[in-house]
Design a protein around this ligand. Sequence first.
Ligand SMILES: Nc1ncnc2c1ncn2[C@@H]1O[C@H](COP(=O)(O)OP(=O)(O)O)[C@@H](O)[C@H]1O
Ligand SMILES: [Mg+2]
Length: 255
Amino acid sequence: MGQTVVFANQKGGVGKTTSTVNIGAFIAAAGRRVLLVDFDPQGNLSSSVGIRKSKVGVYDVLIGQASPADAIVKTPQENMELLPSDLRLSGATVELVGAEGREQYLKKALSSIRDQYDYILIDCPPSLGVLTINGFVAAQSVIVPLQCEFFALEGFLNMLFQTIKRIQKSLNTRLTVGGIMFTMYDSRTRLSQEVIQQVKGAFKAHPELLFKTVIPRNIRLSEAPSHGLPINLYDPNCVGARSYAALADEVMKRV
Ligand SMILES: Nc1ncnc2c1ncn2[C@@H]1O[C@H](COP(=O)(O)OP(=O)(O)O)[C@@H](O)[C@H]1O
Ligand SMILES: [Mg+2]
């Protein structure tokens, strides 16, 4: 059975989507079967592999109106498929709040296709709301992307890890922390180094939770989505591509 990994962080713009698509692409390029799940109503993951309008999306699968096979599409990367998002997913936030078993919808939606993939990677919206909770329940591990340009990390990380602990106690006892990864690192700023030092300090009892590969700030990574391509297909030799290749190797070893 495949590994399901959720990329989560309640802040927007920290690199969740960029990490999901590029780690997925390098895992797929290594010959594993990958499914990307766009679980953000914004649909950035879908558009970053060139899927802008999809008739059937993850919302239809969630509410049982479509089978995963009806919704899943190919991406430009061989071995990598996508379950696209659509704006109706934002309605699900409201609809699910009152529904019984509201945290289990995504897990159920993916259950019939789990063994068709080696890795299922779920990209979450920037909140700890019902969609992200569904991601935590559907997954075996969570990867937390952290932007190296952000202060006051501690309260913010506490909140995230308290939520993960709550899920581990009740809704998904198998959930593990795959790791924390640093992105948008800028060697010219002291802030980047301070953020890494601060997180290392906060996790000194669990240094194994931090991925070794740090993703630098790299303009090519921000250009690739508008071409609908993961970085390995857009510019395989840029520093962003080489970094995500190394990070994808780490992910495959760990989860
Ligand atoms: N390492 C990076 N270097 C430069 N730009 C990046 C990098 N990672 C992400 N970006 C850009 O930063 C913005 C936010 O990243 P994104 O992955 O969409 O964050 P999130 O999904 O957490 O909201 C996007 O425009 C993306 O292209
Ligand atoms: Mg995103």
